[in-house]
Write a protein of this length. Structure first.
Length: 191
């Protein structure tokens, strides 16, 4: 497995080598993404920032109620940090309060949300927003065929790792392990 995918999987789920956990990741990819999001949300609460305030500030409008989307058809589920109505579309928002950089895994997460919004809201969002860092920098991520093809490739390759029983090795690090959602069950954890 190349380093990109190792890093993507590890960053998405802090995954252990456990094949069973990897299956869980692939069956319900965004459930895991939600777990990461919930860790980030706890951190956000510690900073005293409220999402609604952020979105009102950033977009000049009140957010729509956030939903959890579960798609059996796509084998995906997820809960964006925010949803807004803009230019006649429902637009998903993902906030990464502790990152200033746009990373591929953030884009992949947002593209998954755009797929889910399209299925459940009946209209394809032409873009979504990443809200980065403490200054809430807005980055518009366009939802075009090239990006969705890229996402399909990622998901397909991840599934192939499962189908081919590729061994995924843990890369423990005490800082990462400290906040890992599966640390209690991981024999490789550090710290
Ligand atoms: S506890 Fe550490 S080694 Fe184990 S899965 Fe989590 S981050 Fe990886």
């Amino acid at each position: 497995m190349n380093n990109f995918y190792k890093k993507l999987i590890i960053d998405l789920v802090d995954t252990p080598k456990s094949f069973a956990l990897l299956i869980i990741v692939l069956i319900a990819l965004v459930i895991v993404l939600d777990a990461i999001t919930s860790v980030a949300k706890k951190k956000r609460l510690k900073t005293g920032l409220k999402e609604s305030g952020i979105f009102e500030t950033a977009f000049g409008s009140k957010p729509l109620p956030v939903k959890t989307y579960v798609s059996d058809m796509q084998g995906l589920s997820g809960r964006p940090d925010g949803l807004i109505s803009e230019n006649g579309f429902i637009i998903p928002i993902e906030r990464k309060a502790f990152s200033k950089k746009v990373r591929d895994r953030y884009i992949a997460q947002l593209l998954v949300y755009m797929r889910l919004v399209e299925e459940f809201e009946g209209k394809k969002p032409p873009y979504g927003y990443l809200v980065l860092g403490k200054k809430n920098r807005l980055v518009k991520i366009y939802n075009n065929d090239d990006k969705q093809a890229w996402l399909s490739g990622l998901l397909g390759e991840m599934k192939s790792f499962v189908n081919e029983s590729v061994d995924v090795k843990a890369t423990p690090h005490k800082n990462k392990c400290k906040k890992c959602i599966v640390r209690e069950d991981c024999e490789f954890r550090e710290g």
